[in-house]
Design a protein around this ligand. Structure first.
Ligand code: UDP
Length: 234
């Protein structure tokens, strides 16, 4: 395998599958199987999941919610998704541990870098929830932070597109994909890889980002084998 330890970011939206809301169990089970395969291949796996399928603080604020409370609701949404993924992993015999940046034992264990690393070294998937634990951040920034903290070799951003494009490929049919791009270019071209805070954090700490389509089954394994299935940002 190309990488020994990975941080995989899954968006909450991708968990919706075709449903348009909530958690699609087929999608969840497909992710669980791919993650288990990576662990079986000797890769230490840490995961951060978003909460956009349930609640986002920013859109809540536009409807009159207090932003901080809205963000706290969003962070709780990431816990719901994390519990769902841990349950799907355990159902197929893959140990998983939910860690929460905001203490809420026994729903999850309090997050620390060392707890996460200990779990991963034992072959348990460490699912780090609540993003950064603070409002006004996103789970992209949370995953950049966790990737750096747990000393991952790469931060994988699993999306529903094949990588980073010159424009949004779902809107612009002439958009072309990059195999490789620098952090500077991503920021200068305002490409929607991750938010600027997350990209800047990765840049400052030399954390490579790999963007790929996690919804194509087998893609995670291909990526870990070194196949060019997405875009490397470094
Ligand atoms: N959130 C937060 N702090 C964090 C991470 C997330 O307040 O460090 C909240 C924020 O409201 C965000 C929501 O949780 O909108 C869900 O996360 P995100 O939007 O990143 O989920 P995704 O787009 O990946 O599904």
């Amino acid at each position: 395998m190309k990488y020994n330890r990975i941080l995989l970011k899954l968006s909450g939206e991708s968990l919706m599958g075709k449903q348009g809301y909530g958690i699609d169990t087929d999608r969840l089970n497909s992710y669980a199987l791919q993650i288990q395969k990576a662990v079986n291949n000797g890769v230490q796996v840490g995961i951060v999941i978003g909460g956009g399928n349930i609640f986002r603080g920013l859109s809540g604020a536009s409807k009159g919610f207090d932003r901080v409370k809205g963000d706290q609701m969003g962070m709780l949404a990431t816990v719901i998704n994390s519990l769902a993924l841990s349950s799907a992993l355990e159902a197929i015999g893959q140990p998983a541990k939910v860690l929460t940046a905001i203490p809420m034992f026994p729903i999850g264990y309090p997050y620390s870098k060392w707890e996460a690393i200990k779990a991963m070294k034992e072959g348990t998937v460490a699912i780090m929830s609540c993003g950064t634990g603070s409002p006004y951040f996103t789970t992209d920034t949370g995953s950049a932070l966790r990737a750096i903290e747990i000393e991952a070799d790469v931060m994988l951003k699993g999306t529903r597109v094949d990588g980073v494009y010159t424009a949004d490929p779902e809107k612009d049919p002439t958009a072309t994909k990059f195999d490789h791009i620098t952090y500077e270019e991503v920021i200068a071209r305002n490409l929607k890889v991750m938010d600027i805070t997350a990209t800047a954090l990765c840049k400052e700490n030399s954390m490579p980002i790999y963007v790929f389509n996690m919804d194509k089954e087998g893609n995670l394994e291909k990526m870990l084998n070194g196949d060019n299935v997405g875009t490397l940002v470094d």
